[in-house]
Design a protein around this ligand. Sequence first.
Ligand code: UT7
Length: 320
Amino acid sequence: MTHQRIARIVSVGSSVPERIVTNKDLEKILDTSDEWIATRTGIRQRHVFAPGDTARAYELGGKAALAALSSAHRSPQDVDGIICATFSPDFFFPSTACKIQQYIGNSRACAFDVSAACAGFVYALSIADAMIVSGQCKRMLVVGAEVTSRTVDWTDRGTCILFGDGAGAVLLEEYAGGDRGILATYLNSNGALGDILYLPAWGEKRFMKMNGNEVYKHAVRLMVEATELCLAKAGLSIDMVDLLIPHQANIRIINAIAKHMNLPSEKVVTNLDRYGNTSSASIPLALEDAWKDGRIKDGTVAVFTSLGGGLAWGSAVVRF
Ligand code: UT7
């Protein structure tokens, strides 16, 4: 019996800056409190580069990519495609993915960036899945790499307390051995809601702006909807899901999604208490935690879901 080609996630890797900023540290520079941040968001600390640090997003992404390759016992030259999701690139061009290609020492892959803000990882994963299933690539790195700390106004307590720097990467391989791999993806956007969360590319005040309440309202509804539609595409029901690995923006958003979907807390992966919102890196960072502590086993069914500026959102259903 021949199996259809499928894209399988074979490993994950990550990299975050060493420097940690706790909620208590933020109390010293902002009119905020550990209590407010922890209860309203679930975040307790985040890894961020020091102001003036010249570290690059592509270096974080490159380190995450090398870690994913190493854990799969693959070398950089084995890769024939690199996609990086980022809203905080080092350059408009070359793309962060091209810089990652150079950083890891690859000379044969196609490489490009995807712009879908916090939904970027799911978007990039979906594109990589299609490229592998169509036969265009055999082994691809999907990277989320962000230096969010350079995009927020550190005097705006409504945004800067939420975000962290970091990168996560997964290695995808063509697989013809059965039903292990990306089973379905679902993507959607609504450009009419672009003004509730945005980061200008030009002008004097190039900082992220967010209407938190509005984003919150759409986030729960749209991530639930995306997950339900994606599961339907995969032919699975919610009780067949072992793990929900959502974008790590706010613990209240995550809990509301889990409640809507009737998922018990032990099936939901969270680590935003330690990393904050790392945008396109948040799902691979959470996946790595789950993988390291044994929650990803042969046959585990996981759902990724995320939403970000655009608005752009989506889900992916994966069997490991
Ligand atoms: O990843 C991309 C997608 N982004 C998201 O999913 C974020 C979605 N939104 C959220 O997570 C939440 O809306 C926030 C965490 C951003 C805000 O939480 P909230 O419960 O919606 O608070 P709020 O904006 O309604 O503000 C409540 C109060 C306000 O004061 P008043 O007007 O009631 O006196 C704010 O000024 O809390 C105040 N506030 C703060 N107080 C202490 C806002 N930020 C802070 C702060 N510390 N850092």
